[in-house]
Design a protein around this ligand. Structure first.
Ligand code: HEC
Ligand code: HEC
Length: 381
């Protein structure tokens, strides 16, 4: 919820940026290095993504992200992508429900059974419904004519990723941020008017200056990724070793957003991959309903696949893509719970339950101390 204080400041900074735009005599996005210093200058501790983005984008972009409903169901992007974390936590959803049970967050499309009768999944897990197109060779066993499938997924953060992540959506199904925004407006917001190209561009300009921290904003200006934090306690320092490019976490979580495979990793994986499988769907700690898919092979035979959400395979129709999901940014992790595509891990300790199961299966059992060290370190990212 935007407090009165932030709203007042929002109006103030909006006014400032409008005046600066007028002074600059242009309506386009301004780059941070062309800007006068933000007063009062923000530090890492006082970082405010909304204030920064409103200053360095346009008032129009901010308005479209936080206020414009496109004659739809009342939702804006910020209904789900709150500007504090970029996403939505169960406690944010619960607080909204208590104060405003008719908030546009609660619309029938994201209710438990689609009729609007109850919202337990949204309140408990902060998951919403997505419609995924099926590859021509993928069928649902119990509904063979369906060409899309509805699944519940968590809401990834829109801080940092629109600027730095080349892969858009958990299965990479959107080619551009503009087409992504249009899809969200017509889908999640059930809009009854098409956004214009100008509006889509203004929205994207705003998203591209939403940063989780001062260090990520500086990365956008300097092009030099922030180094891995050193860690100060002994536990944090031990945790850091797991995130080195050779480490059991860092081999996949490398690069500026810690979401790509590291060069020279011990598994010999090609560097820069964004899609991997850490058995979240296979283990299914969420207990999501398991569905049967029929995947037709080039020789005409059909292979059955059972999964609550087979990820990339739905789009490509390739069996080897089963269970593959995009690694999202690990920056600002302490503020972006719940975790994984299905929001199955409610906190960082539960992330380590999932990895405990995975690594045990690979013959690398983690001790309780290892898990505590890794959790302590992840809070610094
Ligand atoms: C009902 C909640 C909801 C609303 C409203 C919503 N989104 Fe999303 N957004 C999601 C979910 C869920 C995903 C992930 C879906 C997936 O990958 O299957 C997502 C993904 C994204 C991503 C990709 C993030 C990544 O890491 O790949 C971007 C960017 C984004 N949304 C921007 C927007 C914009 C812009 C708007 C407004 C026009 C918007 N969203 C409205 C729920 C929402
Ligand atoms: C084989 C590559 C790989 C390795 C090794 C790996 N991860 Fe991941 N990580 C992934 C993938 C893929 C996802 C997304 C999974 C999903 O959503 O289904 C992910 C997701 C995560 C997330 C959730 C992020 C979010 O916001 O949803 C965290 C936290 C995480 N990993 C931490 C770790 C830690 C800690 C380790 C080491 C113990 C580790 N990872 C090792 C590939 C890997």
């Amino acid at each position: 919820m935007t407090s009165l204080f932030t709203w007042k400041r929002f109006q103030a900074v909006t006014l400032t940026s409008v005046m600066m735009l007028a002074a600059a005599g242009c309506g386009g996005e301004m780059t941070p290095d062309e800007q006068p210093v933000v007063e009062p200058a923000m530090t890492e501790e006082t970082w405010d993504a909304e204030q920064y983005a409103t200053l360095y984008s346009t008032a129009h972009g901010a308005y479209l992200f936080t206020t414009e409903t496109f004659k739809g169901n009342g939702r804006t992007c910020a209904t789900c992508h709150t500007l504090r974390t970029g996403g939505l936590t169960p406690s944010q959803a619960q607080a909204t429900f208590q104060k405003y049970p008719n908030s546009p967050l609660f619309r029938a499309i994201d209710s438990d059974d689609g009729t609007g009768a109850s919202y337990n999944q949204l309140l408990t897990h902060a998951t919403v419904t997505v419609d995924i197109p099926l590859a021509p060779n993928v069928k649902l066993a119990n509904n063979p004519t369906a060409r899309t499938i509805k699944l519940r997924r968590g809401i990834p953060s829109t801080l940092d990723s629109p600027r730095f992540d080349p892969v858009i959506m958990l299965d990479g199904r959107e080619a551009t941020l503009q087409s992504q925004a249009r899809g969200a407006i017509l889908g999640h917001a059930q809009a009854r008017r098409e956004p214009t190209t100008k509006e889509l561009n203004a929205l994207v300009d705003f998203e591209r200056v939403l940063f989780s921290s001062l260090k990520m904003a500086n990365y956008a200006i300097t092009g030099t990724p922030p180094p891995l934090p050193a860690g100060s306690t002994e536990s944090e320092k031990r945790g850091r070793a797991w995130f080195e490019p050779q480490g059991a976490c860092g081999m996949c979580h490398s690069g500026a957003l810690l979401n790509e495979v590291a060069p020279g990793n011990p598994l010999g994986l090609p560097a820069g991959l964004h899609f991997m499988n850490v058995a979240v769907s296979e283990v299914n700690l969420m207990g999501n309903p398991v569905q049967e898919f029929l995947v037709t092979q080039p020789d005409g035979s059909t292979v059955p696949v059972s999964s609550p959400d087979p990820g990339l395979m739905l789009l490509t129709g390739a069996l080897q893509d089963q269970g593959l999901f995009k690694m999202v940014s690990l920056r600002n992790l302490k503020n972006t719970a719940p975790y994984f595509h299905d929001n199955s891990a409610k906190d960082l300790n539960q992330v380590m339950v999932q990895y405990g199961i995975l690594l045990e299966g690979l013959g690398i059992p983690l001790t309780e101390q290892d898990k505590a060290d890794i959790v302590a370190y992840m809070k610094l990212l």
